[in-house]
Every structure is written in C-alpha cells, then in structure tokens.
Design a protein around this ligand. Sequence first.
Ligand SMILES: *[C@@H]1O[C@H](CO)[C@@H](O)[C@H](O)[C@H]1NC(C)=O
Ligand SMILES: *[C@@H]1O[C@H](CO)[C@@H](O)[C@H](O)[C@H]1NC(C)=O
Ligand SMILES: *[C@@H]1O[C@H](CO)[C@@H](O)[C@H](O)[C@H]1NC(C)=O
Ligand SMILES: *[C@@H]1O[C@H](CO)[C@@H](O)[C@H](O)[C@H]1NC(C)=O
Length: 241
Amino acid sequence: MQKVAALLAAFLAATSVQAQAGAYQQCGGINYSGSTSCVSGYTCTYLNDWYSQCVPGSATTTKTTTTTTTTRSVTTDTTPTTTIKTSTTTTKTSTTSSKTSTTTAPTGTGVQIRTVQDPVFHLYLQNDGGTAVIGPEASSGHFTINGSIKLNGPELYLNIASATTSYRALTFDSTPSFTGWALEGDTIITNQSSSYGRQLNFLACQTSVSGEWQLYLQLGNDQPTGRTCANNISIHLPCLC
Ligand SMILES: *[C@@H]1O[C@H](CO)[C@@H](O)[C@H](O)[C@H]1NC(C)=O
Ligand SMILES: *[C@@H]1O[C@H](CO)[C@@H](O)[C@H](O)[C@H]1NC(C)=O
Ligand SMILES: *[C@@H]1O[C@H](CO)[C@@H](O)[C@H](O)[C@H]1NC(C)=O
Ligand SMILES: *[C@@H]1O[C@H](CO)[C@@H](O)[C@H](O)[C@H]1NC(C)=O
C-alpha cells in the first residue's frame, strides 16, 4: 500500500513537471525547456525573448504559443522516494488541451509586479492618480513589459520623474518617456545603457492611504523627510518558480 502510494506520488510529481505551466510560471523563452502551455484560465504571454509567463486571462493577439507537442520522456525525480523510482520513465503524450482558440480580450491582462521584502512584503504595483504606488493585490495593476512598462486597462506608462534628490518618483503617464525597463530573471531593472544605468533599488514611502506606499527609483540615500520609508526594495514578477 505504501509502495503504491509512493509510486503514485512519484508518478504525479513526474507528470506535473511536464504538465501545463501553473499560474505565473514560466512558459517560454530562449533555452526554456518546460511546458509551453498554461493551466486553465491562464495564457502564455510573451514578455521578452527570454521569458514568457502564464498570466490570467485568454489571449488577445495569438502570440507564438506554439503548443509544441511534447513527446518528452521524464526521468526527473524531485521526491526523495528512493527504490521504486528509477524505473518510472513516464512518457508524456501530446497534451491536446486546445488552449489557443478563445479570443476574448479581458481588460487589464498582463503581469503583476510586486515587492517581496519586509515591510512591504507582497504589495503590488498600481496607479494612484498618476503616482506609482504599491498596495493591495485587489487593486493591482497588470502590465506589459517591453522596454516600457505599460499599465493595461487605462494604458499608462511607468516613467521616472527627474529630481535633484537621489530618489526619483515613478509616475504613470500616457506616453512612455522612459524605455529602459528590463527584466533580470524576475527582477525589474533599468538597463545598463539607460540614463540611470543598471538600477534595481526602489524606495517605498508610506502615503496617507493606509497600506499604500509611494514608489521611487532609489539612486542613493536621500529620503523624503517625515515619512516612513523602506530602503532599497526590489520589484519582481510574482513567480519564476
Ligand atoms: C542556450 O543553450 C545552449 C545549449 O545549452 C548554450 O550553448 C547557450 O549558451 C545557451 N544560451 C544562453 C544565452 O544561455
Ligand atoms: C516591443 O516594442 C517594440 C517597439 O515598440 C515593438 O516593435 C514590439 O512589437 C513590441 N513587442 C511586443 C511583444 O509587444
Ligand atoms: C536601454 O534603455 C534605453 C532607454 O533608456 C533604450 O533606448 C534601449 O533600447 C534599452 N536597451 C535595451 C537593450 O533594452
Ligand atoms: C540603497 O541603494 C542605493 C542605490 O543603489 C545605494 O547608493 C545606497 O547605498 C543603498 N542604501 C542602503 C542603505 O543600502
């Protein structure tokens, strides 16, 4: 009985590796070898050549979600169940889960962007009247990252305001004045050849709205006076698991 359970667990573990990619998991990109289709309700969305991600919703423009009929054999073992395992060479046949078709365009599709460090653990980037803030997931923005960071729905772009201080307010505007956003893994950075060079530190300062923090690009140690701020926070796509 135990053996059967262990074998079943091993089989499930093995198959799930090659099954559809889960919410916010990677589903494409150069040298990516995992599943290119997403679980139900999620669409594989191109972010850059290196990274496509499963995001909520269905596809608008059918991106190259090539449902490469994966006839791959799995030998991977993640679970530490020793003996029986060696033989489980599950041959995965083509997942004919016709994901592609649906062409309804839900507004506000795209990836979320969030902070992961205390005291701003899992707060989500969003627009508050043209000011970029982080706050509850319920009001999270959804974005397309492609040099610019476009907020989908209202179609606003994340820009960096100029200032003499070492912290620079992030704003949402109708045009992308800053086009140097990039991804380094799941981390949002400004690219090396942008006017800021490669930066990935942000300053988050509490606003008068409970649970909301204003976000600044942080280039040094200046801070707005009289406000509670979190230093050198990085911002990320939800998951690169
Ligand atoms: C992609 O994988 C190939 C083969 O493993 C490797 O030679 C190449 O350097 C990889 N490309 C990048 C940019 O990682
Ligand atoms: C990214 O931006 C470039 C330049 O604006 C555009 O040509 C390209 O189609 C965009 N790619 C995606 C996937 O949106
Ligand atoms: C880097 O950012 C600049 C804008 O600051 C942009 O014009 C350029 O295309 C970006 N380069 C890369 C490789 O993304
Ligand atoms: C925060 O980051 C900025 C810019 O990267 C750096 O100059 C500064 O020393 C950092 N401050 C702290 C307290 O780590």
